[in-house]
Design a protein around this ligand. Sequence first.
Ligand SMILES: Cc1cc2nc3c(=O)[nH]c(=O)nc-3n(C[C@H](O)[C@H](O)[C@H](O)COP(=O)(O)OP(=O)(O)OC[C@H]3O[C@@H](n4cnc5c(N)ncnc54)[C@H](O)[C@@H]3O)c2cc1C
Length: 410
Amino acid sequence: MTTAVIGAGIIGTTLAYALRRRGRDVVLIERDGPGKGASYGNMASIAVTEFMPASRPSIWKQIPGWMLDPEGPVRVRPAYMPKLTPWFLRFIAASRPSKLRALEAQGAALCQRVYDDLNPLLKETGLEGELSEEGCLSLYSDEAEFKADREHIEILERFGFPHEVIGRQAIKALEPELSDKIGLAVLFPQNRSMKNPYQLVVKLAEGFAALGGKIERGEVVGFERGEAMQAVLLKDGRRIAAAEVVVAAGVHSAKLAKMLGEPIPLETERGYHTQIMAPGIAMKHSIIWPARAFMVTPTAGGIRVGGTVEMAGIDAAPDFRRSKVTVKRAKEALPNLRCEDYTEWMGHRPAFPDTVPVMSASARTKGLYYATGHGHLGLTYAATNARLMADLITGAKPPIDMKPYRVDRF
Ligand SMILES: Cc1cc2nc3c(=O)[nH]c(=O)nc-3n(C[C@H](O)[C@H](O)[C@H](O)COP(=O)(O)OP(=O)(O)OC[C@H]3O[C@@H](n4cnc5c(N)ncnc54)[C@H](O)[C@@H]3O)c2cc1C
């Protein structure tokens, strides 16, 4: 019996690898080559402290203000507003206090497992060296900024994620390049980062192939199914027989789910990065500055600056003014940062309105599964998604309750 995994991003590739390890006959089908989608240019962070729903009032109440600010961290292109409305209404519905508590617990349940799943994966693929040793510093210029982010810290405390509040001297000792404007920081020791997220996918795909997994280059444009899955159809006319199919096509999963009669409210939260090859500074930790809404991560080949959310759909051209804004903000924290030799990139975070991914069997068709919508945390969740989905598909009992991640929850 063949299992076809559609999409060789970090989610599909890691899952294909896990299934092959469990002895399944797996074919990984990819349109553009492994790791060229959202997984190419993310901020490389294993961001276990960032699982909170975006729909919490402290965030969405700021959205109208941000939208009026052309340099704000969230931007909705006016022409896209009508298309976004149904998703946005679900987003608001996910902001009820009882719903928020449940969503926080569902995100935390995944993040609490991350290293239990990631460390063995990196070890068996010989990729331990890809993970940094250092954590992430969350920056605040003063007490007022820190207080404004207090809710975030309280949620982490509730779920027992380690963190340490440090003052100016300790900040300077950890990252001497940080500006004196930074009066306070929280160190998240578990938020380590990967050296090169794209190469990680490429190497995992190589590991999958070395185990006998097959990679097919092609675009899935249709399916054959009755009560159960039968085959996947490619644009070039090929038919790949598969009794099991996993839709793991990132933001493009919505189109495939619709073809399969199971529409899902998946949107793209577009994000940008600037990869600076010769930044003129050295850093060990990644940094985020919540009040300025940017992140900087030391990566292989320089440092990466990124962040921001843009709601404009899949097809609109990138607006690289957004990356220039994040670099401008990063320079406030890192005054010696030079941005001369750089590249810019835009990618699509596959996002559900309630922030929680879908990791689920189909509610309609036997042999059909979905692994998508990991939003801002696809890299973070990849190994855990692979563990849980491989359990579901092979009939093993997953270590956590999978009901909250079902495809028919909307
Ligand atoms: C700016 C930015 C910063 C981010 N920072 C972080 C971070 O620091 N930490 C973190 O954990 N996450 C981060 N993310 C999120 C993370 O990158 C994504 O959640 C993750 O990459 C999604 O992986 P995926 O495999 O689902 O999708 P993708 O990587 O997009 O892969 C989907 C694949 O499916 C293929 N495909 C699509 N349709 C078809 C089809 N019909 N047939 C065949 N193949 C198809 C595509 O070609 C693509 O390769 C960030 C994202 C962005 C944009």
